[in-house]
Ligand binder design. Sequence first.
Ligand code: ADP
Ligand code: MG
Length: 245
Amino acid sequence: MAEAPVVELIDVQKWYGAFHVLKDLSLSVGKGEKVVVCGPSGSGKSTMIRCINRLEVHQAGRIVVGGVELGDDVKAIETIRKDVGMVFQSFNLFPHLTVLENLTLAPLWVKHVPKAEAEELAMHYLERVHIPEQANKYPGQLSGGQQQRVAIARSLCMKPSIMLFDEPTSALDPEMVKEVLDVMIGLAEDGMTMICVTHEMGFARAVADTMVFMDEGRIVETAPPTQFFADPRNERTRQFLGQII
Ligand code: ADP
Ligand code: MG
């Protein structure tokens, strides 16, 4: 029997008031699969990603993460949040805490890991994102690319089995985009299950198993990258790729 999907959306609907923002979304992500989501601004990409760890609430359909269904059950939400790392466009680091303190905060207070162990883990992941020497600085003393790498390391300290990225490089100066994408490519090579909203199509070609195109709240195309880029089936996908590539 095939392994159960790690993330499954089944006919998900969401409204903001009267505005139907997510329409009939269905998506199945297997263990180790890399999904890249793209589409015009306002198409619902962030809302979909945020529904997967319940930063937003869907009103109909089902979202199942690691076999746990997201609903009103607070325990289920806690379980999923420990297992799902999220990296945002704006790095969302705590400015009054050092890099090391940002990294150890959740392991200490959410997972009750002993301090020495949490710090060791933090240094391990800072090395993995190539900035161990920044451990005792404050976020404001780092470049944007370094801050985003800290944000990735912070997520990894919770040892998630799924990582969600919402346009992680779109707030960065161009010269810093590569250092963040390289870290993400490394994660992909290590077998992490990833859902990445990004318009970095070089990255998408390098790592995606599946490309998803969203428009006006719907997934209008799901395809392997070879087909997606060479021969998109949907007219809106074609137009969009024509604009950004
Ligand atoms: P994307 O990430 O693809 O740019 P979003 O998911 O951020 O799209 O937004 C989808 C649509 O929902 C947009 O029209 C946006 O204005 C609207 N929207 C996003 N967040 C809210 C909110 N909290 N309340 C009302 N409308 C929202
Ligand atoms: Mg967005």
